[in-house]
Design a binder for this molecule. Structure first.
Ligand code: PLP
Length: 441
């Protein structure tokens, strides 16, 4: 049969037939453990009956309603629910469908906020390197990963990028704490270079996802970032597309350090793979000037539709009812420990890190010097392929860290049990052994 579909690459993949809980089966009947929730999306696992029931119930009422024609109760309820989960930090919610759309919405509300505040020259957005914030032109311009940005470079400004705080590769002579503060201070230097009066916002993930491989910043990092943003009147946008909705063992990643963000982006785990749903949460101080000036000049056809909102409400109910945030914290800690033990069996595992169920294994050519593998070796991709052969799905398919190293994200659904963690580690062990055997041959 001719193959008309195209994606980023021509790699042939197995065709999925069905999925249940943390497992998926292909059309040949082979079983896989989904150790990365797809793309860190399937927060409550696959095939949850409560979500199915809520979706069918909503489908029987109304699936779609357009925001300029009707308000809909599920959207109102979902906005309230997110505000409640935010513990009063946010009081305004804007819906979209995917992660890139939510980042795009954050950038555009920030720009329009400054226009309405009489500071239209605040147009510069500062992000970090490495980083990934999405595929659309605006979100991509926040991203720092050359293979993704280079083909489109003249079409958007190459905004300043400052260092992501790593705890793994700290420059000689600096403690981890000093390095975290030095990375934060790079933001201040970039703001001063652009001219503080020209900077709209700084965007960062609380815990790095695909770009850094679950890099957890040192505790001092975000309080210094907040201080710098406040000093220069720069908005702080936290991209919680990957870290939100319980992924890191808290509802939101910012809770780990009590970071006060101006705008938070949510997607992935919000719809948990059952329906595309994304959102930004912000505060009336940000939206009031915009609404007073005639409204936010931005919106998506599918934003906040009844089916999307009912789905997300059902997902949140499941996360709450089944104690999945708590499970991500406790079973995630167990999985981290088991991965550390795995590292002792494979010399090319340089680091194991992360929080909750957002964990990563980084591979290095030399453990002592932390020298990454040459990008041409595509070592992380070899692990991903070997893992798939062993019946384990890990993320990403191609390492986004290609410029600085290789890693595998291990981020299973939040329902994962300790026994299933053992299964994940055993299969990853087998994949590592297979890659080592090929390298030795
Ligand atoms: N932001 C972060 C941190 C992400 O990890 C991603 C996707 O991986 C996005 C934004 C973009 O989300 P989407 O692919 O749903 O557009």
């Amino acid at each position: 049969m001719p193959d008309h579909l195209f994606y980023q690459s021509a790699v042939k993949l197995p065709t999925i037939a069905r999925a249940q809980g943390v497992y998926a089966w292909d059309v040949d009947g082979k079983r896989y453990v989904d150790a990365c929730s797809g793309a860190i999306v399937a927060q409550i696992g696959h095939g949850h009956p409560a979500v199915r029931a809520a979706m069918l119930d909503q489908l029987d009422k109304v699936a779609f309603a357009y925001r300029t024609q009707f308000e809909n109760q599920p959207a109102l309820d979902l906005a309230q629910r997110l505000v409640d989960l935010g513990g009063g930090r946010f009081d305004r919610v804007f819906f979209s469908s995917g992660g890139s759309e939510s980042v795009e919405s954050a950038l555009k509300i920030a720009r329009q906020y400054w226009v309405c505040r009489g500071e239209p020259q605040r147009k510069v957005f500062i992000a970090r390197k490495p980083s990934y914030h999405g595929a659309t032109m605006g979100a991509l311009s926040m991203t720092s990963y050359t293979p993704l940005t280079q083909p489109f470079a003249p079409m958007f400004p190459l905004y300043p990028k400052v260092a992501s705080p790593t705890q793994y590769r700290v420059p000689a002579g600096r403690s981890v704490a000093e390095h975290a503060l030095a990375c934060a201070d790079e933001l201040e230097a970039a703001i001063l270079e652009a001219g503080a009066a020209h900077v709209a916002a700084f965007i960062a993930e609380p815990i790095g996802g695909a770009s850094t491989g679950a890099e957890v910043p040192h505790a001092g990092y975000f309080s210094r970032i907040r201080e710098i943003c406040s000093r220069h009147g720069v908005l702080l946008i936290l991209d919680e597309v990957m870290t939100g909705m319980g992924r890191t063992g808290r509802w939101f990643g910012y809770e780990h350090w009590d970071v006060r963000a101006d705008i938070v982006c949510l997607a992935k785990g919000l719809g948990a793979g059952y329906y595309p749903v994304s959102a930004i949460m912000t505060r009336a101080e940000v939206t009031d000037p915009v609404l007073a000036a005639g409204g936010f000049q931005h919106g998506y056809t599918y934003a906040g539709n009844p089916l999307a909102s009912a789905t997300a409400l059902a997902v949140i109910d499941v996360i709450e009812r089944e104690g999945l945030v708590e499970n991500a914290a406790s079973t995630g800690a167990y999985l981290l420990q088991s991965l550390e033990q795995l590292a002792s069996r494979h010399g090319f595992i340089g680091d194991v890190r992360g929080r909750g169920f957002l964990l990563a294994v980084e591979y290095v050519a030399d453990r002592a010097s932390k020298e990454p593998f040459a990008p041409a070796l595509c070592f992380g991709d070899a692990i991903t392929r070997a893992a798939r052969d062993c019946g384990l799905i890990v993320y990403p398919r191609k390492s986004l860290m290609g410029e600085t190293g290789d890693h595998t994200l291990i981020a299973p659904p939040l329902i994962t049990t300790p026994a299933q963690c053992d299964e994940i580690v055993d299969l990853l062990d087998a994949a590592c052994t297979a890659v080592q055997r090929t390298a030795d041959a």
